[in-house]
Design a protein around this ligand. Structure first.
Ligand code: NAD
Length: 350
């Protein structure tokens, strides 16, 4: 149950590698007046290259794990009901598992399942020695309280950091399993060379899986953090104060350029499916799904934000890929810890 103070794996070391690129706040090169072409946009903080680096390290660690322990660690991904966007997201995770040599096991549970039966199913996964980590796709069917999952999942297999034990470790600055999306939001900033210490960071959203942990992790990096939520009065007053803005509200276009100060660095965590033709223009990397006539957009209105921000994560292709890659580093850490004969002592890291 107790997260071990294991030696960092190469994948974990990769998650805290020094900045590879100059800060987004560096002055842009002077424009050449004779050059004809599209107006220069903001720096795009792409998640793809960061995720690729993390995956490469995980793949090495997985190979090493298999040599040492003679089995392939498994991530169980639990899908309750047939929520189409969830199914797509889980397929992405399963593909990412396959790319690094981790076994991804999709556990599909009918949407009509009772809370007690779901608890039993998670109990089976807790007890399965081949399963090193478990994630349960949200949202659950409305009838099933979230606590059914949160209270049942073994903290030692809770690789997305939803159990109160892991949340407590994070809050108090101990090593545990961090919520991967919140970690990805901060990791993108760190690995893009964006200074955080002493800067004014604003987080829009206070959910337990994204907003709240993102705020805690930014504090860990010594930013001065304001958290906004659905009952915040005058959201724009706060967002305009931000030097670093993390938005995780689940509302397409909630934050517009008029709500930002010039030079802000924005991490757009939102993933929203909107009809094609609505939302941000395709130059933020958003892709239309021709068949369904839908597209993915973030919570930030890219079209109006692009001329104000210094840097911004694209949607899709920003936080998402890094989230999946980090999840696999957690899975491998869980697998290693479970091979220890005795739990390691708690380790403070923040
Ligand atoms: P949630 O619904 O649990 O929480 C949303 C939060 O936003 C709440 O705290 C709410 O108070 C706040 N909020 C809502 N409307 C607001 C408003 N008008 N002004 C200010 N605050 C407002 O959602 P979540 O699970 O935290 O996810 C947030 C977004 O992040 C969603 O779009 C989700 O799809 C996306 N997400 C992305 C990833 C990824 O890997 N990129 C992972 C998880 C979630």
């Amino acid at each position: 149950m107790t997260p071990a103070a294991a030696k960092p794996t190469s994948a974990e070391a990769a998650t805290s590698a020094p900045a590879a690129t100059p800060p987004a706040t560096a002055p842009p090169p002077a424009a050449n007046p004779t050059t004809v072409g599209p107006a220069p946009g903001p720096r795009l903080l792409e998640g793809g290259p960061i995720a690729a680096t993390i995956r490469a390290s995980v793949a090495e660690d997985v190979a090493d794990f298999k040599r040492r322990f003679g089995f392939t660690p498994t991530l169980a991904v639990v899908l309750v009901g047939r929520d189409a966007p969830s199914a797509v997201y889980l397929q992405q995770i399963l593909r990412t598992c396959a790319r690094v040599g981790i076994e991804g096991r999709l556990v599909e549970i009918p949407g009509r399942v009772s809370a007690a039966a779901l608890r039993r199913q998670i109990g089976h996964l807790n007890a399965d020695p081949l399963v090193s980590g478990i994630i349960v796709q949200m949202p659950l069917p409305k009838r099933i309280p979230l606590s059914t999952v949160i209270d049942t999942i073994d903290p030692a297999k809770d690789v997305d950091g939803i159990h109160p034990f892991n949340a407590g470790l994070m809050t108090l600055g101990y090593e545990g399993f961090l919520p991967a999306t919140a970690q990805a939001a901060v990791e993108i900033l760190k690995r893009s060379g964006i200074p955080l210490e002493g800067r004014r960071a604003v987080v829009v959203g206070r959910s337990n899986v994204v907003g709240k942990p993102a705020a805690i992790l930014l504090m860990r990096e010594h930013a001065t953090v304001t958290v906004c939520h659905s009952r915040t009065a005058d959201l724009a007053r706060h967002t305009r104060e931000a030097e670093i803005l993390v938005v995780a509200a689940g509302h397409p276009g909630l934050v517009t350029g008029a709500m930002l100060s010039p030079g802000v660095v924005v991490v757009d965590v939102g993933i929203n499916v909107v009809p094609a033709g609505k939302g941000a223009p395709a130059d933020n990397g958003a892709q239309a799904d021709a068949a369904g006539g839908t597209r993915l957009v973030g919570d930030v209105d890219f079209a109006s934000a692009r001329d104000v921000v210094a840097a911004i994560t694209p949607v899709p292709g920003g936080v998402g890929p890094v989230t999946n890659a980090l999840l696999l580093t957690h899975l491998l850490r869980a697998a290693r810890q479970q091979q220890r004969r005795s739990p390691a002592p708690l380790r403070r890291i923040g």
